[in-house]
Design a protein around this ligand. Sequence first.
Ligand code: NAD
Ligand code: TYD
Length: 336
Amino acid sequence: MQTLIVTGGAGFIGSNFVRYMLNKYPDYRIVVLDALTYAGNLDNLADVWKNPNFSFFKGDINDAALVDNLAQNADAIVNFAAESHNDRAILNPQAAVQSNFNGVWTLLEAARKFKHERFHHISTDEVYGTTDGIFREGDPLEPNQPYSAAKAGGELMVRAYHQTFGLPTIVTRGSNTFGPYHYPEKIIPLFITNLIDDQPVPVYGDGMQVRDWMYVLDHCRGIDIALHHGTPGEVYNVGGDNDRPNMEIVTLLLKFLNKPESLIRHVKDRPGHDRRYSLDVSKMGGLGYRPEKERFEERLKETVDWYVANEAWWRKIKEKQAEYQAFMNQWYAERK
Ligand code: NAD
Ligand code: TYD
């Protein structure tokens, strides 16, 4: 592979992945296609902008003509583009269907037409639904929310393109990811930035929902390994092997920022909220993947430090982006 199209490369995980790939594979060309929705941000790519192996195209993955134009000169697509926030997809399911399902199909068509070597789709552990046990790749998909249902639809179309047309696909189902450039609507960056400003943090319900947390570089490494060494047609769980209730995350953030527990507010729960995710990553282990779970607290502290050092990055969003403010006002007004 020489030329990779990375869709959604101006978002959180996509931009970290672009940086990781340009450093690791100096002979690869990375072409980012991103619609620059509210979550897409060219500031996330500022340090790679001048790299001669990097190029950027603003556009929607549903734009078949543009996708074809880029795909005809590429060897593979890695698809991160999606509406990624559960809460927004509750308010506006249509946008999630449009990007997380329809858009995937447009990309698959191009990959088939131009006989790509790989189509790597970034999925999520949320397609499984909720569990008291542990998710394995063969488990049924029982998504409970518009976001995860649209993601499940997208990855089932990926499966169909492998089975029907022999497209060499890979699906990775990632768990909750954290690190630098994470848009401040998700729990970790929202809570860090609220706490820096001594603002309360809105915990849904009792806060005992469990997520498997993984540092963004672990996620990037997992995708790299599956992209290069995965078996076409297969699905791989990429997780942190690191289950934590939300309240534990909140307690750590309070500790790192030296803030009082009085800033915790228990608010009305998210409808359809999955109680617990937990991921078996042994299949990825067979490809040599191992998350650095023993470094979780250190990585969380580094992430807190990144937000402290990069106030300009998140204040531009929180204080100046109208779409951010409109969503936050509407969503959290309903949680009181
Ligand atoms: P993000 O919201 O930060 O970034 C999404 C990016 O996709 C943005 O740059 C946005 O502009 C772009 N985009 C959205 N719709 C588009 C469209 N129709 N055409 C072109 N570009 C479009 O999201 P993220 O957290 O970086 O997530 C990236 C991917 O990883 C998503 O597919 C998500 O489902 C998946 N994922 C995320 C997590 C997580 O914890 N953040 C965990 C598992 C899987
Ligand atoms: P989130 O970061 O939205 O990721 P996901 O829904 O994909 O897991 O949420 C992580 C957990 O944090 C989830 O259980 C919901 C909870 N949460 C809150 O308690 N308060 C909040 O304001 C947010 C955004 C999330």
